[in-house]
Design a protein around this ligand. Structure first.
Ligand SMILES: Nc1ncnc2c1ncn2[C@@H]1O[C@H](COP(=O)(O)OP(=O)(O)OP(=O)(O)O)[C@@H](O)[C@H]1O
Length: 228
């Protein structure tokens, strides 16, 4: 097995029980994400993209199959260990930034490092560097309400990278942005991918994003189809 693999799943399926009815969202999904790879998953509304992302993040368990992060199977560890590992090895960016309104941009980025128990001075230095890297070195003390939509998403990206995770999962990261800002965010993700050799998994409706992705899949009718 290659050491480049950061996230992988095999024969993954998910069913929901709705009263007496069993709803199968998808079945037999295999996916491998390598260091420095940007991978997209596209699919129509209701195709199961969020369900798949939740399984990959260990936020929900599969009906069958297995997900491994850094070669550790989510199903083999306790809830507490899963939470710790998720904070250390995964970053998350959502369509809506989910920044804490009462904290500054810098404090929002510091939060995951504090939770991980990092030394405060080291965390502050890393937070400032990350915010400079996403083009916000003059916005450290701004609250989310004092930032534009694109700037908030940049803070969310800096926060996702704070603990230098093995991979970053993004759910419609540009879904709430205009086309020009969306392009800026795509360029930024691409730059960070190279700088940090991290894996990015992006779930999106926006097929224009596929152009710069290293790999892409379509989730459709319960199966994952490779596009590139
Ligand atoms: N907790 C649940 N119980 C029953 N069915 C569910 C549950 N969560 C999701 N589903 C069903 O699973 C299917 C996939 O949902 P999911 O939210 O993963 O789709 P999606 O591709 O992310 O959609 P969107 O792009 O609209 O967010 C849908 O048919 C949904 O109704």
């Amino acid at each position: 097995m290659s050491n480049n693999i950061v996230l992988e799943c095999h024969s993954l399926s998910k069913q929901y029980q709705d009263g007496k009815q069993v709803i199968e969202v998808f079945h037999s999904i295999d996916l491998t994400l390598n260091k420095g790879e940007a991978c997209a998953i596209v699919g129509a509304s209701g195709s199961g993209k969020t369900t798949l992302l939740n399984l990959l993040a260990g936020l929900d368990l599969a009906t069958t199959g297995d997900v491994k992060l850094a070669q550790v199977s989510w199903s083999s560890i306790s809830d507490a260990k899963r939470a710790k590992m998720r904070n250390k090895e995964m970053g998350f960016v959502y369509q809506f930034h989910h920044l804490l309104a009462e904290f500054s941009a810098l404090e929002n980025v510091l939060m995951p490092m504090w939770i991980a128990g990092m030394n405060k001075q080291e965390a502050k230095q890393r937070g400032e560097t990350l915010l400079a890297q996403v083009g916000l070195k003059d916005r450290l003390d701004h609250k989310p309400s004092q930032l534009s939509g694109g700037e908030r998403q940049r803070v969310a990206i800096a926060r996702a990278l704070a603990n230098r995770p093995a991979c970053v999962l993004m759910d419609e990261p540009t879904g709430n942005l205009d086309e020009a800002t969306s392009l800026e965010i795509q360029n930024l993700i691409n730059e960070l991918k190279v700088t940090y050799n991290m894996a990015f998994l992006v779930v999106t409706h926006d097929e224009k994003m596929l152009g710069w992705m290293d790999s892409a899949h379509r989730l459709s009718q319960g199966a994952l189809h490779r596009l590139k």
